[in-house]
Design a protein around this ligand. Structure first.
Ligand code: AMP
Length: 298
């Protein structure tokens, strides 16, 4: 079983209190794919321009990520400029250049059609809907962000009706539901149509809400966080990657999947852009999971 992912493959300009990282590889689908490919087969759908560096495409190949659905076109790659403050939380978006995303018409290749899971990573909800119309996947999950909640709320609500799992951060959950309490926000999202919700809370962990109850998971606390960009997408990659590998979706599998998501995110934030994920091995992941289990048990 594998995962088809549609999202952004981007070039990012990121500033954190620890440095400036310009022309860096990024995008929701990039982080997700690099993370999920540590667990399962990943098939990518995205658009890039001729300006996207070849070495990052080589990395996708090296990680066995299927790039048949990665279209390279004349024009410029999606670009995001963001800045983090000392809390390393919710970044300020300085600029979003949609570029080729504006005319992107995503097509799921025939060879992707048997995969059981679809992840609609953060991208225009209209594109998420176009992909939903082409899929027969059994499990459908999605992410979004403030940019789309503000501009395309109605389309996003259409997406939510068709989801098994929504994975968003606490700020997005509050903005989407107009609730400050996250448990209430999670329940409201379920009333919108998504069957289950994961609310990511940065260094405060994650909250899982379904019709049958809720579960909280701590974060893997790091002393040296350099760049939180992509932590959410990397979390989603670990979470869904584990579920895809284990072929189980019951509450116990979901708890373990949250732990894997958390551990994967910790690798992403300890270095700039995708550097923490590029050379990651299962041995390193298992080792950190063991430590995480020890930290959380009582
Ligand atoms: P995260 O830190 O997990 O929320 O994801 C960061 C990534 O999201 C960056 O690498 C950006 O390129 C990408 N990104 C930023 N804004 C958007 C947007 N409006 N739509 C899709 N992807 C975005």
């Amino acid at each position: 079983m594998g995962i088809v992912v549609i999202g952004t493959v981007a070039i990012d300009d990121v500033v954190t209190p620890f440095g400036e990282n310009l022309d860096a590889p990024g995008g929701s689908a990039t982080y997700f794919s690099l993370s999920a490919s540590c667990f399962t087969r990943v098939k990518l759908v995205a658009v890039i321009g001729r300006d996207f560096p070849k070495k990052h495409i080589q990395l996708f190949k090296k990680k066995n990520i299927d790039i048949e659905g990665l279209e390279q076109k004349e024009g410029k790659t999606f670009r995001w400029e963001g800045k983090y403050g000392w809390d390393l939380d919710n970044p300020q978006t300085i600029a979003t250049h949609l570029n080729l995303l504006q005319s992107f018409n995503p097509v799921i290749p025939q060879s992707y059609k048997n995969e059981e899971m679809l992840f609609l990573a953060n991208i225009d909800p209209e594109l998420q809907l176009k992909v939903l119309d082409q899929t027969q996947a059994k499990i459908i999950a999605a992410d979004t962000m403030n940019f789309w909640i503000e501009r395309k709320r109605n389309k996003l609500l259409e997406v939510l009706k068709r989801l098994d799992i929504l994975i968003i951060n606490e700020y997005e959950a509050r903005q989407l539901t107009r609730e400050s309490n996250l448990l209430k926000a999670g329940k409201k999202i379920i009333s919108y149509g998504a069957k289950k919700v994961v609310i990511k809370k940065g260094e405060n962990g994650a909250l899982f809400v379904s019709k049958s109850g809720f579960f909280t998971c701590a974060a893997y606390l790091m002393e040296d966080v350099l760049d939180p960009t992509g932590a959410g997408d990397t979390f989603a990659g670990g979470f869904l990657g584990y579920l895809s590998k284990s072929k189980r979706y019951d509450d116990s599998a979901i708890r373990t999947a949250l732990a894997y998501g958390t551990v994967m995110a910790s690798f992403a934030v300890e270095n700039f852009d995708i550097k923490g994920l590029a050379g990651l091995t299962s041995v390193k992941i298992q080792k950190r999971l063991k430590v995480f289990k020890r930290i959380c048990s009582f």
